[in-house]
Write a protein that binds this ligand. Structure first.
Ligand code: X8Z
Ligand code: ZN
Length: 693
């Protein structure tokens, strides 16, 4: 759930890494016997459900009780499932599904064939899996030393302790900007951090980036994590690109990016996504400009140029993808509160169980399904004592139409209350499409599950809703100021995220398409172009900064998060519309609306048996069949107006980059610039030409 959660491991059969696909320009066999195809699909459905159950169970056992034995069992099950995938792929690929009259059979066959890498030889298929698993291992075991223990660079002076230099925010809340800072040390030097080199991305490094306000400490962790991952990953990633491309070509695609995009069933997918990006970009630039000014105020013009890009270590997150942790620096009205009902929840004696019951009530109040008894019996709703577990929140479908679970180390906080509603939305989705065949038990496209879950939470983290459930009351503060603070929090999470979520796969697709040369340079080119961020320190091709993002090296497509963030507002707006909501979109609460429940069920029930465009058409009552950012822009409109006023004297809305910005990432691995490298190459070629002549 947490957009910060870089090491989130999305297991294969838990939500969120299932492969969905369906397009029809890949290679097909010659068998056109409809009865045989139906028979194969019936058997497949039974066997795949059984296989899915076994793998999911072994994964569940491992993540809720991390032992070497459970890990081995899981690996064994995955190997069996992989064999089954290859076998099924061969059988499915023998049919010419384009000639089958039954649309649903055609669609199911396409789903088996299209996203798979099973067209590779046995050796290469195994090698590809191996290389991905090695990359994950490198990533998940990366550790760095605490800041200050071994100075990264003797030229970077150790930050002196200053009263206002450091602010340790409570993990799940915000400290008001005008309150005195409580800590006077670099984050790393607080007692929590032992003096040896075992700081991992989650939680230590993530926390430092979120809470430290000492630039050199931020730079240290930003750079160290990349040093511990990138160089080890680079060659493996290059091999991964080669093998994934070979698999794609053997399946009938141009390259692996083409194969990944085919799941969206949109022939003009790249243009569609780019159009969406262009429509949200003005809002992002307003937010960016305002945030930059506040950062200039905090860190000074030597660190942040007034009209330039922002150094990416100052935005509270390893990838500058979610800026909510710097809310204290950018709060529109520091004298008004930032809505956080955690203390009220504690005062009222909330427990994790009560939070889940409340989330269940949210959906049943709209006439949707209750969670089955198995859910309450088998879920892990709080961190269990005395055993090691993997705490990232996730919702699980055990593929037998009975067993659904959530794994969440719930704490009594507002953030976890939101997360609880989010995960319960995934469960609701599973329940709604339970009657579909296994291959259709998924979102309409890869963005749908997250979009639907987040659409529901927009109605939960929302002032009228929190008031309605007795957790919030505002008697003393200006409602406009409270609303602007609220919208700023949301914008730091959703709007700030969009260019990042957009650029990751732009980069990945370019690597699949154009090759692996200058990969790091191209990464930063895109980061600068779309996000307006630069590295805080020079980068070269010896670095591999895309490798700092888990989804890149673990072979998980990312554009779905971009689309999901846009789609969630579109879904939310439609739910609000049918519920009869009047007034500002950001204040809509669909709790207890039977009409909203009906529409949500209509969106969920078909699973992926229908295309996303069909579902969107139904959802919008025929108005459109495309993902549109209009609702997102509408939601943030009051904040955008406020931002425009704040930015009225700014010389530039957005950023302009200069030679120095670009030079930061234009180094070859030996330290020379690209230009020098090109000149050298030209010289060598000229000499060769002269010799040969
Ligand atoms: O990876 C995730 C989830 C698992 S599907 C934790 N997210 C993206 C990320 O961390 O980059 C959620 C938001 C975006
Ligand atoms: Zn989710």
């Amino acid at each position: 759930m947490d957009a910060n959660g870089g090491v989130a491991i999305c297991f294969f059969f838990a939500f969120c890494t299932r492969y969905v696909e369906s397009q029809s320009y890949f290679r097909m066999g010659t068998n056109t016997n409809a009865a045989e195809a139906m028979q194969f699909l019936r058997e497949y459905d039974r066997e795949a459900s059984g296989m899915c159950y076994r793998v999911t169970m072994s994964q569940w056992k491992f993540v809720t009780n991390i032992t070497e034995y459970n890990r081995r069992r899981m690996v064994e099950e995955l190997a069996i499932s992989s064999k089954f995938e290859r076998l099924s792929w061969r059988k499915a690929a023998a049919f010419d599904s384009t000639r089958l009259s039954d649309h649903q059979s055609r669609r199911q066959l396409a789903k088996i064939v299209q996203s798979s890498r099973a067209a590779l030889s046995d050796e290469k298929f195994t090698e590809l899996q191996q290389v991905i698993s090695e990359m994950k291992e490198i990533y998940n075991t990366a550790k760095i030393c605490p800041y200050g223990q071994k100075p990264y660079d003797p030229h970077i002076p150790r930050a002196p302790f200053q009263g206002s230099d450091f602010q340790d925010l409570p993990i799940q809340g915000y400290q008001l900007a005008n309150q005195p800072y409580q800590h006077y040390q670099a984050y790393t030097e607080s007692q929590e951090y032992p003096n040896y080199c075992d700081m991992q991305l989650d939680p230590e490094i993530t926390r430092i980036l979120a809470h430290s306000r000492i630039e050199s400490e931020l730079l240290y962790v930003w750079r160290s994590f990349r040093d511990k991952t990138g160089p080890k990953l680079k060659n493996r990633f290059m091999r991964y690109v080669q093998l994934a491309n070979q698999a794609a070509v053997a399946t009938g695609y141009r390259d692996a990016g083409d194969q990944m995009r085919s799941t969206y069933e949109d022939q003009t997918f790249r243009t569609s996504v780019e159009e969406i990006y262009n429509q949200v970009s003005p809002l992002y630039k307003q937010l960016f400009t305002y945030v930059r000014r506040r950062l200039v105020q905090r860190y000074g013009e030597t660190s942040v140029r007034a009209d330039g890009p922002i150094p990416s270590h100052l935005l509270g997150n390893m990838w500058a993808q979610n800026w909510k942790s710097i809310m204290d620096l950018v709060m529109p009205f520091p004298q008004a509160p930032n809505v956080d009902v955690t203390s009220e929840m504690l005062r009222q004696g909330f427990t994790p169980l009560r939070m889940f019951q409340m989330a269940e009530d949210f959906y049943t109040s709209m006439g949707m399904k209750p969670a089955p008894p198995e859910f309450w019996r088998s879920s892990m709703l709080a961190r269990p004592p005395q055993r090691s577990v993997q705490c990232t929140a996730s919702a699980w479908d055990f593929c037998n139409r009975i067993d659904y679970r959530i794994k969440q180390c719930t704490e009594v906080t507002m953030q976890d209350l939101i997360s609880t509603h989010h995960e319960m939305a995934h469960i609701q989705y599973y329940l709604q499409y339970a009657d579909q065949p296994q291959l259709f038990r998924d979102g309409a496209n890869p963005a749908f599950h997250e979009a639907v879950a987040n659409a529901a939470t927009l109605s939960v983290y929302n002032l009228p809703h929190l008031q309605r459930i007795g957790l919030y009351q505002n008697k003393t503060h200006d409602p406009y100021e409270v609303s602007m603070n609220f919208l700023m929090t949301m914008a730091l999470e959703k709007v700030a995220y969009l260019p990042f979520a957009f650029m990751v796969d732009q980069w990945r697709w370019s690597v699949f398409e154009e090759g692996v040369q200058n990969m790091n340079h191209r990464w930063w080119q895109m980061k600068l172009r779309y996000q307006g961020v630069i590295p805080p320190t020079p980068r070269s091709e010896a670095d591999f900064d895309p490798g700092s993002k888990y989804h890149v090296i673990s072979d998980q497509e990312y554009i779905k998060y971009f689309l999901a963030t846009v789609l969630e507002f579109q879904i939310y707006e439609q739910l609000c519309l049918v519920s009869g909501h009047l007034g500002q979109l950001f204040e809509c609460d669909i709790y207890r609306s039977r009409e909203a429940g009906r529409l949500l069920s209509e969106i969920m029930q078909p699973g992926s048996s229908k295309s996303a465009s069909d579902i969107i058409r139904t959802m919008t009552r025929g108005k459109t069949n495309r993902i549109s950012p209009e609702a997102l822009v509408k939601y943030f409109r009051p904040l955008e107006l406020w931002l425009r006023v704040q930015n009225r004297d700014e010389p530039l809305i957005g950023w302009s980059s200069n030679y120095h910005d670009v030079a930061l990432f234009s180094q070859q691995s030996d330290g020379t610039s690209n230009k020098a490298y090109s000149l050298r190459l030209l010289l060598i070629l000229t000499i060769c030409y002269n010799i040969l002549k």
